[in-house]
Design a protein around this ligand. Structure first.
Ligand SMILES: Nc1nc2c(c(=O)[nH]1)N[C@H]1C(S)=C(S)[C@@H](COP(=O)(O)O)O[C@H]1N2
Ligand SMILES: [Mo]
Length: 230
């Protein structure tokens, strides 16, 4: 796990501005209402797998619990430092559940995450299996709030916040990158979205997108803070 002290004193990644709070944030179409969280949540394992299946969230308790302090960087240029996440490593989940139960077909390259709210994002499987990618169910010592992704969310600290799918429902194994065409062309997601390389989006360079987002940051923050419950 990455060390919190070091992360907090190191420089922010290029083009980011630290903020003192952690607003609920997301694509406008998913922000107007909070999703209904089922009383017995499950995760669906789908896509290019031999056995599409569903597992109860409670089954994850067989995995080792991990804790990680990490900074969170939204592509819209704000960063929140030092969040303490608890949960499971995605790669432990993959080894223990996805491989034996769903049995991905040879050639799996990407993993798409879907949310209870309809959100989708994806990562190259290799990035998702990196040692710091988590499925988190607790934040700063408390059960994850609905604002921040209850009942469980992805946390991928080396990638922009849009890769960290909240309200996780589906883990979809794919042999190639899903089509990114569904959103605003200029702001659609980058296949990898690495913060250190400023992969903010596709269609425009990181620096161009930085300027667009930075100009709108204050008004967007005001709007999203107004939608944050906790
Ligand atoms: N299910 C879902 N996950 C999502 C989003 C969303 O709208 N729905 N927005 C993404 C974006 S753009 C960001 S920056 C982070 C924000 O996380 P937060 O609401 O906990 O601050 O969630 C990401 N994951
Ligand atoms: Mo974001």
């Amino acid at each position: 796990m990455s060390n919190s002290r070091e992360a907090e004193t190191s420089a922010l990644p290029p083009g980011q501005t630290e903020i003192p709070d952690f607003p609920r944030w997301g694509l406008p179409e998913y922000m107007q209402q909070l999703p209904d969280i089922p009383s017995s949540p499950t995760l669906e394992l789908l896509g290019d797998v031999s056995i599409p299946c569903e597992i109860g969230l409670g089954e994850l308790a067989v995995l080792a619990r991990v804790e990680q302090v990490a900074d969170f960087h939204c592509a819209a240029t704000w960063s929140r430092r030092g969040l303490r996440w608890e949960g499971y490593l995605f790669r432990d989940f993959f080894d223990r559940f996805v491989m034996p139960r769903a049995q991905p077909r040879p050639g799996a390259q990407f993993v798409q995450f879907t949310g209870i709210d309809g959100y989708t994002t994806s990562l190259p499987l290799e990035d998702a299996l990196a040692g710091e990618v988590m499925l988190a169910d607790r934040l700063d010592g408390e059960a994850l709030s609905v604002d921040h992704g209850a009942p469980i969310r992805v946390v991928a600290p080396a990638h922009y916040g849009y890769k960290s799918a909240k309200h996780l429902r589906g883990v979809v194994i794919l042999s190639r990158a899903p089509n990114y065409g569904g959103r605003l062309p200029e702001t659609s997601e980058h296949p990898r979205g690495r913060v250190a390389l400023e992969e903010r989006g596709s269609g425009k360079s990181g620096e161009e997108l930085r300027a667009v987002y930075a100009a709108a940051l204050e008004s967007m923050l005001a709007y999203y803070r107004g939608l944050t419950h906790s």
